[in-house]
Design a protein around this ligand. Structure first.
Ligand SMILES: [Zn+2]
Ligand SMILES: [Zn+2]
Length: 195
């Protein structure tokens, strides 16, 4: 299942539809939806607050993945690495509410881009910004992470493209791709990117 821009794209590359920053839809950017007691993740390398990258509801919103990575000093915090401490992915269940955003750091993208699932085998005029399920399309070697709890290889869940709008898109090193993995029994998620 492809993830594409939601709505028509105008000449400036903006989406036609305005998406709320806290909309419970698949999106890149905006404010994370989190459970009670959530603590915004800090980067292990620079100690700064990470940037919220993506909200990805799964199973019709019963479960959602939230992806964060450090953009305080791009390229310096190993934010591509699944276990380096420069990114963080969560698998959330239950009631989720907009998170309180830290006052310091590069915490939010400059725009919200809603993503709409689209059958992978039908053509689309909209930019493809990712994929749900299937097999990972590795740009480099297979880097499937092991679950930090049960140590078994995690299940591939989603892929994110970098996109071409500077303010709205992820920084994956220029033409890179992000990979989201989950371990449902352990309620864990992991993220990495390659370029
Ligand atoms: Zn950092
Ligand atoms: Zn596990």
């Amino acid at each position: 299942m492809l993830l594409i821009h939601d709505g028509p794209t105008d000449a400036d590359g903006d989406t036609g539809a305005d998406t709320a920053a806290d909309a419970a839809v698949p999106r890149i950017g905006g404010v994370p939806l989190v459970p009670e007691g959530f603590v915004w993740p800090d980067c292990r390398a620079c100690d700064g607050a990470m940037q919220f990258l993506a909200h990805l509801p799964l199973d019709g919103s019963a479960v959602a993945v939230a992806v964060f990575f450090c953009q305080n000093d791009p390229g310096m915090c190993d934010d591509w690495d699944a276990t380096g401490g420069g990114n963080r992915a969560y698998l959330f269940t239950g009631e989720l509410k907009p998170a309180a955003v830290p006052a310091e750091g590069e915490t939010l993208l400059g725009a919200v881009t809603a993503l709409r699932p689209h059958p992978a085998d039908t053509p689309t005029q909209q930019p493809v910004l990712g994929r749900l399920g299937g097999e990972p399309d590795w740009l480099q070697n297979d880097e499937t992470p092991d679950c930090p709890r049960c140590a078994t290889p995690m299940a591939f869940t989603a892929e994110l493209e970098e996109g071409d709008e500077a303010a709205a898109c992820a920084n994956f090193g220029g033409g890179g791709r992000g990979y989201v993995f989950t371990c449902r029994p352990c309620a864990e998620a992991a993220f990495l990117w390659q370029c």
